[in-house]
Design a protein around this ligand. Sequence first.
Ligand code: F6R
Length: 241
Amino acid sequence: MGIEMNIIEAKDYKELSRKVASIISAQIILKPNSVLGLATGSTPIGTYKQLIEWYKKGDLDFSKVTSVNLDEYCGLAIENDQSYRYFMNQNLFNHVNIKMENTNVPNGLAADTEAECNRYDQLIENLGGIDLQLLGIGNNGHIGFNEPDVIFEKGTHVVELKETTIKANARFFESIDDVPRKAITMGIKSIMSAKKVILVANGSGKRDIIKKAIYGPVTPEVPASILQLHPDLTVAYCFND
Ligand code: F6R
Protein backbone atom coordinates (compact mmCIF):
# COMPACT_ATOMS: atom_id res chain seq x y z
CA MET A 1 0.00 0.00 0.00
CA GLY A 2 2.96 2.28 0.61
CA ILE A 3 1.31 4.14 3.49
CA GLU A 4 3.27 3.81 6.67
CA MET A 5 1.90 3.60 10.15
CA ASN A 6 3.68 4.11 13.43
CA ILE A 7 3.40 1.25 15.87
CA ILE A 8 3.97 1.77 19.57
CA GLU A 9 4.12 -1.35 21.68
CA ALA A 10 3.99 -0.60 25.37
CA LYS A 11 4.94 -2.99 28.17
CA ASP A 12 2.03 -2.09 30.39
CA TYR A 13 -1.05 0.13 30.59
CA LYS A 14 0.84 2.86 32.40
CA GLU A 15 3.46 3.11 29.69
CA LEU A 16 0.77 3.00 27.00
CA SER A 17 -1.12 5.84 28.67
CA ARG A 18 2.03 7.93 29.09
CA LYS A 19 3.05 7.53 25.47
CA VAL A 20 -0.38 8.37 24.11
CA ALA A 21 -0.59 11.36 26.47
CA SER A 22 2.84 12.49 25.22
CA ILE A 23 1.57 12.56 21.65
CA ILE A 24 -1.53 14.52 22.64
CA SER A 25 0.46 16.96 24.73
CA ALA A 26 2.97 17.51 21.91
CA GLN A 27 0.00 18.33 19.69
CA ILE A 28 -1.32 20.90 22.18
CA ILE A 29 2.12 22.44 22.72
CA LEU A 30 2.77 22.72 18.98
CA LYS A 31 -0.73 23.99 18.22
CA PRO A 32 -2.43 25.43 21.32
CA ASN A 33 -5.75 25.88 19.49
CA SER A 34 -5.88 22.26 18.35
CA VAL A 35 -9.15 20.49 17.64
CA LEU A 36 -8.91 17.18 19.48
CA GLY A 37 -11.17 14.28 18.56
CA LEU A 38 -11.70 12.37 21.80
CA ALA A 39 -12.93 8.91 22.78
CA THR A 40 -14.51 7.42 25.87
CA GLY A 41 -14.30 3.78 27.01
CA SER A 42 -11.86 2.24 29.45
CA THR A 43 -8.72 2.51 27.31
CA PRO A 44 -8.16 6.31 27.31
CA ILE A 45 -8.79 6.77 31.05
CA GLY A 46 -5.07 6.42 31.89
CA THR A 47 -4.17 8.83 29.07
CA TYR A 48 -6.58 11.43 30.43
CA LYS A 49 -5.19 10.95 33.96
CA GLN A 50 -1.70 11.59 32.67
CA LEU A 51 -2.80 14.72 30.79
CA ILE A 52 -4.47 16.01 33.97
CA GLU A 53 -1.25 15.40 35.90
CA TRP A 54 0.82 17.34 33.39
CA TYR A 55 -1.76 20.12 33.34
CA LYS A 56 -1.60 20.36 37.14
CA LYS A 57 2.19 20.59 36.96
CA GLY A 58 1.78 23.57 34.66
CA ASP A 59 3.11 21.81 31.57
CA LEU A 60 -0.10 21.90 29.54
CA ASP A 61 -2.63 24.57 28.69
CA PHE A 62 -6.04 23.58 27.32
CA SER A 63 -7.45 27.13 27.24
CA LYS A 64 -7.46 27.32 23.44
CA VAL A 65 -8.24 23.67 22.76
CA THR A 66 -11.53 22.57 21.23
CA SER A 67 -12.72 18.98 21.58
CA VAL A 68 -15.17 16.91 19.60
CA ASN A 69 -16.14 13.54 20.98
CA LEU A 70 -16.81 10.58 18.79
CA ASP A 71 -20.12 9.43 20.10
CA GLU A 72 -22.96 9.45 22.61
CA TYR A 73 -25.70 7.04 23.59
CA CYS A 74 -29.23 7.96 22.53
CA GLY A 75 -31.63 8.62 25.35
CA LEU A 76 -29.20 9.29 28.20
CA ALA A 77 -29.28 12.69 29.88
CA ILE A 78 -25.89 14.32 30.42
CA GLU A 79 -26.33 13.93 34.20
CA ASN A 80 -26.60 10.16 33.71
CA ASP A 81 -23.30 8.73 34.87
CA GLN A 82 -23.25 6.40 31.86
CA SER A 83 -23.52 9.18 29.31
CA TYR A 84 -20.35 9.94 27.42
CA ARG A 85 -20.70 13.66 28.24
CA TYR A 86 -20.65 12.74 31.93
CA PHE A 87 -17.64 10.48 31.34
CA MET A 88 -15.68 13.24 29.62
CA ASN A 89 -16.48 15.80 32.31
CA GLN A 90 -15.45 13.36 35.04
CA ASN A 91 -12.35 11.96 33.39
CA LEU A 92 -10.91 15.07 31.76
CA PHE A 93 -12.82 18.30 31.27
CA ASN A 94 -13.54 19.08 34.94
CA HIS A 95 -9.85 18.77 35.79
CA VAL A 96 -8.17 20.92 33.14
CA ASN A 97 -8.66 24.48 31.88
CA ILE A 98 -10.52 23.58 28.70
CA LYS A 99 -13.49 25.93 28.24
CA MET A 100 -16.67 23.89 28.63
CA GLU A 101 -18.22 25.75 25.70
CA ASN A 102 -15.35 24.45 23.55
CA THR A 103 -16.13 20.82 24.36
CA ASN A 104 -18.51 19.00 22.05
CA VAL A 105 -20.31 15.69 22.41
CA PRO A 106 -23.26 14.66 20.22
CA ASN A 107 -26.58 15.34 21.93
CA GLY A 108 -28.08 11.95 22.69
CA LEU A 109 -31.35 13.54 23.75
CA ALA A 110 -31.96 15.42 20.49
CA ALA A 111 -35.56 14.92 19.39
CA ASP A 112 -34.56 15.30 15.76
CA THR A 113 -31.56 13.00 15.48
CA GLU A 114 -31.07 13.71 11.80
CA ALA A 115 -30.75 17.43 12.49
CA GLU A 116 -28.34 16.64 15.33
CA CYS A 117 -26.17 14.53 13.01
CA ASN A 118 -26.08 17.33 10.45
CA ARG A 119 -25.28 19.88 13.14
CA TYR A 120 -22.35 17.76 14.34
CA ASP A 121 -20.89 17.35 10.84
CA GLN A 122 -21.27 21.07 10.23
CA LEU A 123 -19.61 21.85 13.54
CA ILE A 124 -16.58 19.72 12.67
CA GLU A 125 -16.39 21.35 9.26
CA ASN A 126 -16.66 24.85 10.75
CA LEU A 127 -13.83 24.03 13.13
CA GLY A 128 -11.68 23.22 10.11
CA GLY A 129 -11.65 19.49 10.83
CA ILE A 130 -9.89 17.51 13.53
CA ASP A 131 -6.16 17.90 14.15
CA LEU A 132 -5.71 14.75 16.19
CA GLN A 133 -8.25 11.96 16.61
CA LEU A 134 -7.91 9.51 19.48
CA LEU A 135 -9.66 6.18 18.91
CA GLY A 136 -10.29 3.03 20.88
CA ILE A 137 -11.34 -0.15 19.13
CA GLY A 138 -14.26 -2.44 19.90
CA ASN A 139 -13.81 -6.22 20.02
CA ASN A 140 -15.71 -6.31 16.73
CA GLY A 141 -13.48 -3.67 15.15
CA HIS A 142 -15.78 -0.70 15.67
CA ILE A 143 -14.33 2.81 15.91
CA GLY A 144 -16.56 5.37 17.52
CA PHE A 145 -19.80 3.44 17.20
CA ASN A 146 -19.22 2.64 13.55
CA GLU A 147 -20.23 -0.99 13.81
CA PRO A 148 -19.40 -3.74 11.28
CA ASP A 149 -21.55 -3.15 8.21
CA VAL A 150 -21.66 -3.67 4.47
CA ILE A 151 -20.67 -0.06 3.83
CA PHE A 152 -18.60 2.62 5.54
CA GLU A 153 -21.01 5.33 6.76
CA LYS A 154 -19.47 8.69 5.98
CA GLY A 155 -21.28 11.23 8.10
CA THR A 156 -22.45 11.42 11.70
CA HIS A 157 -25.33 8.98 12.02
CA VAL A 158 -27.52 7.02 14.41
CA VAL A 159 -26.51 3.39 14.87
CA GLU A 160 -28.23 0.36 16.27
CA LEU A 161 -25.61 -1.14 18.54
CA LYS A 162 -24.62 -4.74 17.85
CA GLU A 163 -25.29 -7.42 20.40
CA THR A 164 -21.51 -7.82 20.94
CA THR A 165 -21.17 -4.11 21.75
CA ILE A 166 -24.17 -4.14 24.08
CA LYS A 167 -22.65 -7.12 25.91
CA ALA A 168 -19.18 -5.53 26.05
CA ASN A 169 -20.61 -2.29 27.44
CA ALA A 170 -22.96 -3.97 29.92
CA ARG A 171 -20.09 -4.05 32.41
CA PHE A 172 -20.60 -0.33 33.01
CA PHE A 173 -24.36 -0.63 33.64
CA GLU A 174 -26.39 -2.21 36.43
CA SER A 175 -28.00 -4.62 34.02
CA ILE A 176 -27.67 -5.37 30.31
CA ASP A 177 -31.24 -4.09 29.87
CA ASP A 178 -30.04 -0.62 30.86
CA VAL A 179 -27.55 -0.43 27.97
CA PRO A 180 -28.98 1.90 25.33
CA ARG A 181 -29.64 0.20 21.99
CA LYS A 182 -28.80 3.22 19.89
CA ALA A 183 -26.07 5.80 19.70
CA ILE A 184 -25.01 8.77 17.62
CA THR A 185 -21.54 8.45 16.18
CA MET A 186 -19.21 10.48 14.08
CA GLY A 187 -18.82 8.86 10.68
CA ILE A 188 -15.82 7.46 8.89
CA LYS A 189 -15.32 10.61 6.82
CA SER A 190 -14.67 12.91 9.80
CA ILE A 191 -12.40 10.31 11.38
CA MET A 192 -10.45 9.74 8.16
CA SER A 193 -10.22 13.51 7.54
CA ALA A 194 -8.45 14.05 10.87
CA LYS A 195 -4.87 15.16 10.25
CA LYS A 196 -3.49 12.60 12.70
CA VAL A 197 -5.10 9.47 14.13
CA ILE A 198 -4.03 7.46 17.17
CA LEU A 199 -5.67 4.09 17.65
CA VAL A 200 -5.23 2.74 21.16
CA ALA A 201 -5.84 -0.77 22.48
CA ASN A 202 -5.13 -2.38 25.81
CA GLY A 203 -5.13 -5.99 26.96
CA SER A 204 -4.70 -9.41 25.36
CA GLY A 205 -8.36 -9.43 24.36
CA LYS A 206 -7.63 -6.76 21.73
CA ARG A 207 -4.71 -8.59 20.08
CA ASP A 208 -6.71 -10.39 17.39
CA ILE A 209 -8.86 -7.46 16.37
CA ILE A 210 -5.85 -5.11 16.18
CA LYS A 211 -4.02 -7.60 13.91
CA LYS A 212 -7.11 -7.89 11.72
CA ALA A 213 -7.64 -4.14 11.62
CA ILE A 214 -4.11 -3.16 10.73
CA TYR A 215 -2.92 -6.10 8.61
CA GLY A 216 -6.16 -7.63 7.31
CA PRO A 217 -8.22 -6.58 4.30
CA VAL A 218 -9.81 -3.13 4.37
CA THR A 219 -13.50 -3.87 4.80
CA PRO A 220 -16.54 -2.30 6.48
CA GLU A 221 -16.91 -5.64 8.28
CA VAL A 222 -13.91 -4.45 10.33
CA PRO A 223 -14.50 -0.68 10.45
CA ALA A 224 -11.07 0.09 11.95
CA SER A 225 -9.40 -1.48 8.89
CA ILE A 226 -10.08 1.74 6.93
CA LEU A 227 -7.40 3.37 9.08
CA GLN A 228 -4.76 1.51 7.05
CA LEU A 229 -5.47 4.12 4.39
CA HIS A 230 -4.89 7.06 6.72
CA PRO A 231 -1.66 8.94 5.92
CA ASP A 232 -0.76 9.64 9.55
CA LEU A 233 -1.83 6.72 11.72
CA THR A 234 -0.25 5.69 15.00
CA VAL A 235 -1.33 2.43 16.58
CA ALA A 236 -0.43 2.18 20.26
CA TYR A 237 -1.11 -0.98 22.18
CA CYS A 238 -0.25 -3.13 25.14
CA PHE A 239 -1.32 -6.77 24.92
CA ASN A 240 -0.07 -7.74 28.38
CA ASP A 241 -2.81 -8.13 30.98
C1 F6R B 1 -15.84 5.31 22.78
C2 F6R B 1 -15.85 4.60 21.52
C3 F6R B 1 -15.66 3.14 21.39
C4 F6R B 1 -14.55 2.58 22.29
C5 F6R B 1 -14.41 1.08 22.10
C6 F6R B 1 -13.34 0.48 22.99
O1 F6R B 1 -16.06 6.69 22.60
O2 F6R B 1 -16.05 5.25 20.55
O3 F6R B 1 -15.35 2.85 20.05
O4 F6R B 1 -13.36 3.23 22.00
O5 F6R B 1 -15.63 0.45 22.34
O6 F6R B 1 -13.73 0.61 24.32
P1 F6R B 1 -12.76 0.21 25.52
O7 F6R B 1 -11.67 1.22 25.55
O8 F6R B 1 -13.63 0.29 26.74
O9 F6R B 1 -12.27 -1.17 25.22
